[in-house]
Ligand binder design. Structure first.
Ligand code: BV8
Length: 228
């Protein structure tokens, strides 16, 4: 029976691929107010602004690549049963080769109908503009979970973390709920490691490794793949 690993990631795992994080000094929420861009109110007030914000991030996503951290996580699948639980809306885990990725906050390369939230369309890296309609005739929106909207796949994610023999948390400030609360589902006997540049909140029962994901994650993966 393969040991189970959960990789729980936030924006910091994609920082070295060139995607901005949210709360670092040059982060997205330092330049834009999240209330003006990532809430249902923002969408009803100014849908074009919201569409352009996500169009710009989606275009950028089409120009960046997974980094060594994403690739190392994909390599774990050689010897472990791996579930990636990510807060990120990018597809870099998938592009690096991870085959079991649970997105909590939606996916930037998907659009969603505004009249049927189950009607989801693949976008690739294309824009969404006003007038782009779903097959049922309503405006398309980014398939992103905005603040004040319910998070996807919470139960699946919690169950995977509870069952994990090892939990590796990478690149998250743990400042957004309920996603951040998921790490408390890690069992007492699981090996628990957290990689980030700085500590925004106490790492709870996790061993904290301070540094860059593209350096530290491959080292942790190498240790685990060689039986350490
Ligand atoms: C919900 C998609 C129930 C958008 C995101 C008042 C009203 C309503 C809700 C609330 C409220 N007060 C609080 C809430 C709950 C709210 C919340 O938590 N707000 C926060 C701001 C306090 N949560 C919600 O609203 C959630 N839904 O509660 O529904 C409900 C329903 C109705 C009414 C009420 C409640 C929905 C939250 C989802 C929001 N969407 N993303 C988009 O992407 O545009 S959240 C966004 O921030 C990201 O998805 C990510 O998940 C999240 C956290 O960011 P991180 O990934 O952690 O990134 P961050 O920049 O913060 O940190 C970077 C980390 O990386 C740092 O630790 C840094 O050290 C490290 N790092 C940087 N570089 C590197 C590195 N580490 C390693 N290597 C490096 N190179």
């Amino acid at each position: 029976m393969m040991e189970k690993i959960v990789l729980f990631s936030g924006a910091g795992i994609s920082a070295e691929s060139g995607l901005k994080t949210f709360r670092d000094p040059d982060g997205l929420w330092k330049r834009y107010s999240l209330e003006d861009l990532a809430t249902p109110g923002a969408w009803s007030r100014n849908p074009s602004l919201v569409l352009e914000f996500y169009n710009a991030r989606r275009r950028q996503l089409g120009e960046v690549e997974p980094n060594a951290a994403h690739r190392a996580v994909a390599e774990l699948e050689e010897q472990f049963a791996v579930t990636v639980v990510t807060q990120n809306v990018d597809d870099l885990h998938e592009r690096a080769g991870s085959t079991n990725v649970v997105h909590l906050h939606g996916q930037l390369n998907q659009a969603r109908s505004t009249m049927d939230s189950d009607l989801i369309l693949d976008l690739g890296f294309r824009d969404i503009v006003l007038g782009d309609l779903c097959p049922k005739g309503s405006q398309l929106r980014p398939n992103i979970v905005w603040f004040g909207e319910n998070v996807n796949n919470l139960e699946v994610a919690a169950a995977a973390i509870e069952a994990a023999d090892k939990v590796l948390v990478v690149g998250t400030s743990l400042s957004v709920y309920p996603a951040a609360g998921l790490i408390h589902h890690a069992s007492a006997q699981a090996e628990k490691v957290m990689v980030s540049m700085d500590l925004d909140s106490e790492p709870q029962r996790f061993t904290w490794l301070q540094g860059k994901a593209a350096e530290l994650v491959p080292a942790v993966v190498e240790t685990w793949l060689s039986g350490g």
